[in-house]
Design a protein around this ligand. Structure first.
Ligand code: EPZ
Length: 431
């Protein structure tokens, strides 16, 4: 299993190109199931979760053609063509869904197009129990008959789906996406109330519109979808990854560096930039991207609470905690989205951080300098928070279970070493 070795305590300086958003790409790929024509997605990142999604689609009968992947330069010019002219299987098996929870996003499209679907229940994961009840209840409101049996969601809509009003009791990115896709091919009007407003949801809605869907209120928490009989193909370019952007903003900040992030947008990470500014980091927009600098003095502790968009994203909470671990003063970090997303805390503490968890909040007392250690993490964002800590720490940090990083960060070591980090991947030959 590969490991990453970092020799830390040196400022990052240079430019980093940001890729297409993983969490936009996954639902967009599943949207290809809604039409027999070709959906072309540009700016597609090269990540393990994208390959898993492609494998899932292939076993549903989708033809998947990669373009421009030999170019080493990066995601620009890269695309994937997805054609679901016939759907050979409406089942999403346990082995694939277990690997990646987002597989549950095939449920809405398959049900809408084929009137049936059998999708494995994803089960819990490292960051919490993560039920899919909101997806199921929403599809039932559209007239689906759903049974849970043998670990599978068995859904049927023999007479097709019918539009309805769905009021989400809690904001869910995935449930909003599943319902957006299903409602696009349902008969009549669907209204999603308390819908997720994440940029990735907006990207999906914009792509569905390009495919012929009728959607109003995109980007608001009340979205109206008027079903159409058929959707057609489209060419869509995936938005830049705001979580990758935020991660590198914090990497520059934690090392006291000066980095420009290219191919990305400021607006989706505005809430993050404001918090960083409060912590003494300078974040400015440039003609080509976003510049982040922290040249003078230590970071200051600031309180952070994760919230649905436009609030501070849960997917940057672990990275922010690494940053606060090195700050002056204390920071209270509260996680409101997932009940168990503090798995990085004991690992950061092994690097010298002073963090105490009380329920959904972590009290981080900044210690200034972290020290390198062998560490390992149980999910993608927790792993990258340890990379950030390693970049700032004195001495050597070895990060185990690198496959987590490969799910969401393309060429992480290359991007960081191009900015002066001493970071390398070590293969130990074992599985
Ligand atoms: C998406 O997960 C992202 N994944 C997650 O990113 C992200 O952390 C999360 O949204 C929140 O922003 C993808 O887009 C592929 P939710 P999703 O449904 O859709 C509860 C990463 O690191 N809930 O918005 O699964 C749920 O348990 C990943 O890239 C229910 O109770 O998240 C959670 O507490 C991790 N019932 C809350 O809602 C449901 O049916 C928000 O979850 C659905 C969700």
């Amino acid at each position: 299993m590969d490991k990453i070795r970092i020799r830390g305590n040196r400022p990052l300086s240079g430019k980093i190109a940001i890729g297409g958003a993983k969490n936009a790409a996954l639902p967009l790929m599943m949207a290809s199931l809604l039409t027999d024509a070709t959906l072309t997605l540009a700016n597609i990142p090269y990540l393990a979760d994208i390959t898993t999604s492609a494998n899932l689609l292939i076993q549903h009968g989708v033809s998947v053609k990669w373009r421009g992947f030999r170019a080493k330069a990066g995601p620009e010019g890269r695309s994937v063509e997805l054609t679901a002219d016939t759907i050979s299987s409406t089942e999403a098996p346990y082995d694939l869904v277990r690997k990646m929870r987002a597989s549950v996003l095939v449920l809405g499209p398959l049900l809408a197009r084929c009137r049936e679907a059998r999708v494995s229940l994803p089960g819990g994961c490292a960051i919490g129990t993560r039920p899919v009840d909101l997806h199921i209840k929403g599809l039932e409101r559209l007239g689906a008959e759903i049974d849970l049996a043998g670990g599978y969601i068995q859904a049927r809509a023999p007479h097709g789906l019918k539009g309805a009003e769905i009021v989400f009791p809690q904001v869910s990115v995935g449930a909003t996406e599943n319902l957006l896709m299903a409602a696009s091919l349902a008969e009549g009007e669907t209204v999603l109330v308390n819908a997720a407003r994440e940029p990735e949801v907006v990207d999906l809605a914009n792509c569905l519109v390009a495919m012929g869907a009728q959607i109003e209120g995109i980007g608001s928490d009340r979205v109206k979808i008027t079903g159409v009989e058929r959707l057609h193909g489209a060419n869509h370019s995936i938005i830049p990854d705001r979580i990758e952007t935020g991660t590198y903003l914090m990497a520059a900040a934690i090392t006291g560096g000066d980095v420009e992030l290219l191919n990305t947008l400021y607006e989706p990470i505005a809430a993050v930039a404001r918090i960083l500014e409060g912590a003494g980091v300078e974040v400015t927009t440039t003609e080509t991207g976003i510049r982040v600098r922290r040249e003078n003095g230590r970071l200051l502790g600031v309180d952070v609470m994760t919230e649905p968009f436009p609030g501070f994203p849960t997917d940057l909470q672990a990275q922010m905690m690494a940053l606060m671990a090195t700050a002056e003063g204390a920071a209270m970090i509260t996680e409101t989205i997932f009940e168990n997303r503090f798995m990085h805390v004991p690992e950061l503490c092994r690097m010298g951080a002073n963090i105490n968890v009380h329920g959904a909040s972590a009290m981080v007392r900044g210690v200034g300098q972290l020290t390198g250690a062998p560490v390992m993490a149980t999910d993608l964002r927790a792993s990258v928070s340890l990379v950030l800590a390693g970049l700032a720490a004195k001495g050597e940090t070895i990060i185990n279970r690198v496959y987590h990083l490969d799910r969401g960060y393309e060429r992480l070591e290359d991007k960081l070493s191009a900015c002066g980090a001493e970071i390398e991947r070590l293969g130990d030959g074992s599985e």
